[in-house]
Design a protein around this ligand. Structure first.
Ligand code: GLN
Length: 234
């Protein structure tokens, strides 16, 4: 293979709700077709994350208990994760991972867990309720339609510099109120979609991989990779 990309799977041993690890399998599937070899490393509790070591990152969803543990540890990675994001590092964050990139997440029991505030969203709790079910959204800029399954109690409100991953066609999305789902900030894609998201929405995998290639090899032409046809289902 011609291109090597180093991928950080953030807290991959703790944050893997509803088979989110399938996103790593999907990334590998698309990467191979792009002539790219991925080197994936789980970066978990008490392990260092150095922004310069990685070309791509993935942060899956988790239950409140795991999130409580991760919310503490991730503060030690806040500076380097923020550096990675601000230097246009491509990152996919799902559900619990999405919540912890923002300012805070209020768990089902009312405990307020700090995020790293790298993105300007915050997440409130619902009273004895979760948003569960299939969801369809449409991205306003690309016109792409994304399909997934959501299961979250948190209600997220996106902020400065963030635009939604899509507008809700059916389902609840970020908060059941403002018609948005997920967030995009620089090369960070956030979503509540499980499924896993990349096995059903290859376009997002392609955006992440192309962004990582362009960032790592700025002098190369990746128009062939950008033109890769994406199958409707994985
Ligand atoms: N524990 C969080 C919530 O319920 C995240 C859930 C998840 O990652 N699926 O909102």
């Amino acid at each position: 293979m011609t291109y090597d990309l180093n991928v950080a799977h953030l807290y991959g041993d703790l944050m893997n709700t509803y088979g989110d690890v399938g996103n790593i399998l999907a990334l590998n599937y698309y990467a191979k077709q792009m002539d790219v070899k991925l080197h994936v490393k789980i970066v978990s509790l008490e392990e260092d994350f150095h922004a310069a070591d990685y070309d791509l990152a993935f942060f899956g969803g988790g239950q409140d208990f795991e999130q409580t543990i991760v919310a503490k540890d991730i503060q030690t990675k806040k500076v380097e994760l923020t550096k990675f994001i601000e230097s246009d590092g491509p990152l996919l964050a799902i559900c619990g991972g999405y919540q912890l990139l923002g300012h805070y997440y209020i768990g089902a029991d009312g405990e307020k867990l700090p995020g790293i505030g790298a993105l300007d969203h915050y997440t409130l709790k619902q009273d004895n309720h979760r948003f569960i079910g299939n969801i369809v959204i449409k991205n306003a800029e690309t016109g792409e339609t994304y399909h997934g399954f959501e299961n979250h109690q948190g209600r997220t409100f996106i902020g400065q510099g963030e635009r939604p991953l899509g507008n809700v066609i059916s389902g609840k999305g970020n908060n059941g109120e403002d018609g948005t789902e997920g967030a995009i900030y620089k090369n960070v894609y956030c979503s509540y979609f499980h499924g896993p998201i990349l096995t059903r929405n290859g376009d997002i995998a392609k955006h992440l991989l192309v962004a990582a290639l362009k960032r790592k090899f700025p002098d190369e032409d990746f128009s062939q990779q950008e033109a890769l046809p994406i199958p409707a289902t994985f």
